[in-house]
Design a protein around this ligand. Structure first.
Ligand code: CDP
Length: 220
């Protein structure tokens, strides 16, 4: 079974996804981490988005996902991909079709023969259009920025609230306006606005939607 959780930046996808996946004993796949990892690699190679070739031959990198961790050629970059620099660059690299095709192939390969919960922007619309349960998580931009601000403060990153608002707005714009597989709610996704919900409420809502789907499946 596949559960797809999509939504804009800072809607709480990864926090919620990790909890739901562990409750259901599903493998969690954080596709945002994969786009962040590729971005880190291009930044290290000093290759600008407009210099990425169609075959992305520049990116000779093995990407491995292990739950919440991501490895580039064996190096654990799980912390580094959450930096402000990556936040600022990731949407531009993610809009490149060759980058997306490369990562989507990896994502589909990970789904073989296991129950997975996948979070991202295009999971229900493009990567797994047949996912059995699709959730679209949203929240207003102030709430999303506040959550991200607290997260960054906890990590000791010095960044202002205004910078976070502007980064979230600009990523949402690029992500939803790109040509290939833009951020968009799938027609059959269930939207949950988390602006006024706490983590446990969102997790419970998804778990009850999952149970409903299970029952529907059994009654078919
Ligand atoms: O955690 P947050 O919502 O801030 O972002 P993320 O899920 O880590 O994703 C980072 C960026 O990767 C997004 O802003 C998109 O540009 C890109 N992304 C994408 O294009 N497609 C996905 N399936 C997942 C992420």
């Amino acid at each position: 079974m596949i559960i797809a959780i999509d939504g804009p930046a800072g809607a709480g996808k990864s926090t919620i996804s990790k909890l739901v996946a562990s409750k259901l004993n599903f493998q969690y796949i954080d596709t945002g981490a994969m786009y962040r990892g590729v971005t880190l690699k291009f930044l290290r190679l000093n290759i600008q988005p407009d210099r990425v070739s169609e075959k992305i031959t520049e990116l000779q990198t093995e990407i491995q996902m292990d739950g919440e961790r991501i490895f580039l050629d064996g190096e654990d970059v799980s912390q580094e991909i959450r930096s402000i620099e990556i936040n600022q660059a990731v949407s531009a690299y993610s809009a490149i079709p060759a980058v997306r095709l490369f990562l989507v192939e990896l994502q589909r390969a990970m789904a073989v023969d296991q129950n997975i919960l996948v979070d991202g922007r295009d999971i229900g619309t493009y990567v797994f259009p047949k996912a059995e349960l699709k959730i679209f998580l949203t929240a207003n931009v102030e709430v999303r920025a506040k959550r991200r601000f607290l997260e960054m403060q906890e990590k000791g990153e010095s960044v202002s609230f205004e910078e976070i608002v502007s980064n979230i707005e600009s990523r949402d714009r690029i992500d939803s306006q790109r040509e290939m597989a833009p951020l968009k709610k799938a027609d059959d996704a269930i939207e949950i606005d988390t602006s006024a919900m706490n983590i446990a409420e969102v997790v419970n809502r998804i778990l009850s939607l999952y149970e409903m789907k299970q029952r529907e499946g059994l009654n078919r």
